[in-house]
Design a binder for this molecule. Structure first.
Ligand code: GLA
Length: 380
């Protein structure tokens, strides 16, 4: 059953009528531009064909009643008296309501059901998908105009200030602004977006290592702090403002670790722009090489890869149908992605799964992704 049918039927079963409003917001995979968003840099993610869905109808009061099919749990809260629900999916719903209010948006009550098929905790941004779906739901109910980048900022605000995760803007932006068939170049300083077409005949294959790492948050915050320290030392607002030559000139003044972190960010920003050039020229071979270089930099300079991520990337890259592969998302565990020639997908998937399982004893999950639109109201 499609996700659309799943939430529609569940709504019908609860409310004995069809939902008035149906919204979806996608998860994402980042083609290239990792750990650059919080340095005001460039990213190139795509919204994937896995999403959070909500079927709903407005209420006349200020309550939100929502049932999450995936968790078999309901939440019921008062928009005039928002409280925390730590550790629960419901905290994202409440957090977005709060963040909308903080940004001056009217929030009215609604009731409905939600479900999603973005794997949770895999680094495919199930939480950003949920945040943007909830924002779309509130927007549809209250009738204010949808401003996609602004809604991404609201979603990030909920994540940073309500949930307490210090993420950058990438995940919410791509869930808000995605365009089918395209990756999106996002300038994380200006929030300008440019759709870039995916090369023809190439599939983006997400390889989930089946590992989930604790300590990701603390390592993430540590990397952020190191990048900010490097920018301060270089006298710039963010590492976005530094070129490779300028960084090289400053190397003697930076400690070795800070230099390596900055080196990753500065070169990764360059790779994103080169990747866009390659895609516009339909040059998948160059794009693949840039992915390989990104992985090496994340592994050796930024040091956010891990044993399983390195294993799956190495195995994937060795397949003749693979043009390039790298870890994607925050790192340590979760997913890698590979660029694979369309005609080689089946053989690639079979041999990568087999080799990874033999090497690690883990069974990876594989998603061949299509690039979809960002958060939207879906016609019934
Ligand atoms: C996580 C964060 C993003 C971004 C990536 C690394 O996914 O949520 O904002 O920083 O890590 O590129």
């Amino acid at each position: 059953m499609s996700m659309r049918d799943k939430v529609t039927h569940a709504f019908e079963a609860s409310f004995d009528r069809l939902p008035l409003i149906l919204v979806r917001a996608p998860g994402r995979v980042n083609l290239i531009g990792e750990h650059t968003d919080y340095n005001d840099g460039f990213v190139l993610p795509l919204a994937i064909d896995r999403a959070a869905w909500i079927a709903l109808q407005p209420r006349t009061d200020h309550r939100v009643l929502v049932h999450a099919l995936d968790f078999g749990e309901s939440d019921d809260f008062d928009l005039d008296d928002l409280t925390q629900k730590p550790g629960s999916w419901a905290n994202y719903v409440r957090g977005v309501a709060w963040a909308l209010q903080q940004h001056g948006y009217a929030t009215n009550g609604w009731e409905g059901v939600m479900a999603g098929d973005v794997p949770v905790g895999a680094g495919l941004s199930s939480s950003a998908a949920l945040e943007l779906a909830v924002a779309r739901a509130f927007g549809a109910v209250a009738g204010w105009p949808w401003d996609a980048p602004r809604m991404a900022v609201v979603g990030q605000y909920a994540e940073n200030k309500w949930v307490g995760m210090n993420c950058g803007i990438m995940d919410q932006m791509i869930s808000a602004v995605g365009v089918a068939g395209h990756a999106m170049l996002i300038d994380c300083r200006s929030l300008a977006t440019t759709p870039v077409p995916l090369p023809p005949g190439i599939a983006v294959v997400v390889l989930d290592t089946a590992t989930r790492r604790g300590l990701v948050d603390s390592a993430y915050n540590e990397r952020r702090a190191q990048c900010e320290a490097a920018a301060r030392h270089l006298g710039v607002a963010a590492l976005r403002d530094v070129g490779v030559a300028q960084l090289a000139a400053a190397q003697p003044d930076l400690d070795a670790v800070t230099y390596r972190r900055a080196r990753h960010v500065v070169t990764e920003n360059e790779r994103v722009l080169l990747a866009c050039d390659a895609m516009r020229a339909a040059d998948a071979v160059t794009l693949g090489r840039l992915l390989d270089a990104s992985h090496a930099s994340l592994r050796d300079q930024f040091q956010v890869s891990g044993r399983e991520l390195d294993a799956i990337v190495e195995i994937a890259a060795a397949h003749p149908g693979c043009l390039g592969a790298r870890m994607t998302g925050a790192g340590f565990g979760g997913c890698a992605l590979a660029l694979v020639r369309a005609e080689s997908i089946q053989g690639f998937v079979e041999s990568t799964v087999a080799a990874y399982t033999t090497r690690t004893g883990l069974t990876p999950r594989v998603h061949v992704c299509a690039a979809t639109n960002g958060a939207e109201i879906v016609a019934r």
